[in-house]
Design a protein around this ligand. Structure first.
Ligand code: RP5
Length: 259
């Protein structure tokens, strides 16, 4: 099974994405994405959303965001699934996939990697495999933002537990993910990413037989306003949020070799 061409090349959503309230990003040409490539004219705007600033965990009980000054964060305790952290000239973690046309944290709480967990639940056989998706309530600039069920990993929480919790919250189902297989762990090409804050995920795959899949009663909630089984042909996959197509593709490859 050959992976579609669109999985190859520099991050794209992180350069063109305009999540709610985001200022216009500086254009970053494909050949200038890597920070190692000189780009003298590069002068991105700095933007951190008010909701992030209002949730500074050092001043607000229950806050989920780092303080505005990145230098007070202990980065020795923060790990990237993608690559060892590297830092810009100001000592702030730098996006491992390169320039995004925006600095600051945007809508993301953490300087550097922001960890999520996603579940890829599949059903069906051969050319008729379907994947369980949610429609993101926030849409993130799209008319129809179908995505994998998933969300942020809470401090100290295992990705498997976070994935299971999100399935319950967003789709209303209880699935035991103890035996689910990690098919992807790394960078997410998310439209909210910036040069200094980005999404990473651990994606768990579980395939359900026809009876188990038919018994599930899907009920969208929390960050989702719809839940449905979606097709997995290449064109459908490429309409998914961020680079979730890449995650589903990994699961399909696993299915093709294990069934
Ligand atoms: C994506 O954003 C992840 O892959 C995950 O699906 C999601 C987590 O963010 P929220 O849904 O919590 O906004 O990057």
């Amino acid at each position: 099974m050959t992976s579609p061409d669109r999985f190859i090349g520099p991050h794209r959503n992180a350069r063109i994405g305009s999540a709610a309230g985001y200022p216009r990003r500086v254009t970053v040409p494909d050949d200038k994405v890597r920070f190692s490539v000189p780009f003298a004219a590069y002068a991105p705007t700095t933007f951190t959303a008010d909701v992030v600033l209002d949730n500074d965990r050092t001043v607000r009980e229950g806050g989920w965001a780092d303080p505005p000054d990145a230098h007070v964060v202990d980065f020795s305790q923060r790990q990237s699934l993608q690559a060892p952290l590297s830092f810009d000239d100001d000592g702030v973690p730098q996006n491992p996939e390169g320039r995004t046309g925006l600095r600051g944290r945007g809508l993301l709480g953490c300087w550097g990697p922001n960890h999520a967990a996603d579940t890829i639940v599949t059903r069906g056989h051969g050319d008729d495999v379907k994947v369980l998706c949610i429609r993101r309530r926030d849409r993130q600039g799209k008319a129809d933002a179908w995505a994998l069920p998933g969300g942020m990993v809470d401090a100290g929480e295992a990705p498997r537990i976070a994935a299971s919790r999100e399935l319950q919250e967003e789709v209303g189902i209880d699935l035991d993910l103890a035996a689910a297989t990690v098919v992807y762990a790394g960078y997410v090409d998310d439209p909210r990413n910036t040069d200094q804050a980005w999404m990473e995920t651990t994606a768990l795959h579980v395939h359900l037989d026809d009876d188990r899949a038919a018994a599930l009663r899907l009920s969208a909630g929390d960050d989702a306003d719809a839940a449905a089984w979606r097709p997995t042909d290449v064109e459908s996959l490429h309409t998914l949020y961020a680079n979730h197509s890449r995650l589903v593709w990994s699961a399909l490859q696993r299915l093709a070799t294990t069934t």
